[in-house]
Design a protein. Structure first.
Length: 503
């Protein structure tokens, strides 16, 4: 028996409540104290380029995110560059995904299951992290939710199947262009069709729609193989990396046991369990060949977890209705309140600047304060030039002495630097250099010959006179040492004679 949701369903559609709930969670602390970390900085700097420059970049790097960058270019062009503009598309996308969970859950297990699953989705820690991330993974998750909803609709509705399957194939295609690993949803849907014992005609339509979407994404997959160095930093699969997926699958399995709707076509487990398990297992298998296992690549699998949690909550409400017929309506609000309070410390932490490895914008403020016109600036590694790309006004008056070709002109994210000998000569011609690099706690090993030369020359011929460290980034001011030398520097309308003596 499925208890009604009192009068609520007569006032609002079930899906609207999770949509508003998830949107509210996304808007809470959206700016993260005006911080932007390195991955989001890539989106920011590319979105501000011209369309021609973006297309030029795809031939060199990050073509895998090509469609997302073009979408964000349009968003930035319409609404301007800001942390809100950067992240609001992800908030809206996750809200759509929560609505899809609610609709699917309601169709398969009733209103309470749909409402509980949709509300639970927004509280999942992985979802809360990507909810406010200026990257494409939330959009992929929304697309996965829409494609799953279309699949359920096509399976249960005998009418308009052709249009639904066309929409399904189109959604798969768009998700694949946003991130081709989203195609891992197809084997999950295949498992659902097997579980539901779908008829032959449905198999043919699904296969055709899936094939069209996959074939259209295939050129992107083949092209981006030449840019595979972008993921070379991902560590090989290890046992401790399997703890998270194992816990998720265990939770999903336990939640599936509460799904008593065993009649074909009425099982949440038939949809949620494959959606949770298959992408996780498939990516683990891929990672055995080439390390690729990152939770965000299969974020859409959490749609399955939310569906299973919703089924468990629906079963709990049904049980409560039998024992407490006058109080069962309080079960879901009580569970939601407890879960929200329990996850509150983590929710707050994910909305703080410290939740990310660094902050591109914060260190730009220190550059503004420490710089002097005519000084040189260096970046170690060169990828830390993203601070300059996102906040160019902070570097006005500074000479980027290692840069030979700008990121925009070179079609890259970090630009093209001169050879080590030229960098060395340019550094020795400077009396003061600002070095922008990682803070020690976030630093990676220096392997580039150019970066080794930069650090070597600074160590031998310069001394650090000031440094500021903030949120994973550091800027250090170095002054030249050598035979007794003097030079004049204008400061505050006065000329000061600066003397330098050797070590």
């Amino acid at each position: 028996m499925n208890p009604p949701i009192v009068s609520l369903r007569h006032r609002l559609p079930i899906w609207l409540i999770p949509v508003l709930w998830t949107f509210a969670l996304g808007c809470w602390g959206l700016s993260r104290q005006q911080s932007v970390w390195r991955d989001e900085a890539a989106t920011w700097q590319v979105a501000e380029r011209s369309t021609a420059q973006i297309w030029h970049m795809f031939g060199q790097v990050d073509a895998v995110h090509g469609l997302y960058y073009l979408l964000m270019h349009g968003v930035f062009a319409c609404f301007g560059a800001s942390t809100t503009t950067l992240r609001l598309p992800s908030v809206l996308a996750m809200a759509v995904a929560a609505g899809c969970v609610a609709v699917i859950g309601r169709r398969l297990a009733g209103g309470w299951a749909g409402l509980g699953g949709g509300l639970a989705f927004g509280l999942l820690p992985a979802v809360q992290f990507q909810l406010q991330e200026g990257r494409p993974y939330a959009l992929v998750t929304a697309g996965a939710g829409i494609s799953t909803l279309l699949l359920m609709t096509a399976l249960t509705s005998p009418r308009h199947r052709r249009g639904l399957w066309a929409a399904y194939g189109g959604t798969v295609l768009v998700c694949g262009l946003l991130n081709w690993l989203s195609l891992l949803i197809l084997p999950a849907h295949l498992a659902t069709l097997v579980w539901r014992q779908a008829e032959c005609g449905l198999w043919k339509r699904w296969a055709a729609a899936s094939a069209v979407g996959t074939v259209c994404v295939l050129p992107l997959i083949l092209f981006t193989r030449s840019q595979s160095q972008q993921v070379s930093w991902i560590p090989p699969l290890s046992w401790h990396m399997m703890i998270g997926p194992a816990v998720l699958l265990a939770i999903g399995g336990l939640a599936a046991l509460t799904d008593r709707r065993r009649k074909v076509g009425q099982s949440v487990a038939a949809v949620g369990l494959p959606l949770l398990a298959v992408p996780q297992i498939a990516l683990i298998g891929i990672s055995l060949i080439r390390p690729m296992f990152l939770e965000r690549y299969i974020l859409f699998s959490f749609l399955g977890l939310a569906l299973l949690i919703g089924a468990a909550l629906g079963a709990t409400v049904r049980a409560a209705m039998l024992k407490f017929p006058r109080a069962y309506v309080c079960v879901l609000p009580a569970v939601l309140t407890v879960a929200t309070v329990a996850l509150l410390p983590q929710s707050v932490a994910k909305r703080s600047p410290e939740s990310r490895v660094d902050d591109v914008l914060a260190i730009a403020s220190d550059v503004r304060r420490l710089k002097r016109t005519g000084d040189g600036v260096l970046f170690v590694p060169a990828a830390r030039r993203d601070t300059k790309s996102v906040s160019p006004e902070a570097f006005t008056g500074l000479r980027d002495i290692a840069l030979m070709e700008s990121p925009e002109a070179s079609g890259t994210l970090k630009g093209v630097e001169a050879d080590p000998a030229r960098i060395r000569a340019a550094m020795l011609a400077q009396m003061e250099i600002l070095l922008v690099t990682d803070a020690p706690e976030a630093a990676t090993s220096v392997t580039s010959a150019r970066d080794k030369v930069k650090l070597s020359v600074l160590d031998e011929h310069f001394t650090a006179v000031a440094a500021e460290r903030v949120r994973g980034r550091q800027v250090t001011v170095y002054r030249r040492l050598g035979p007794a030398t003097s030079w004049r520097m204008a400061e505050g309308g006065r000329e000061s004679l600066i003397m330098y003596a050797p070590k």
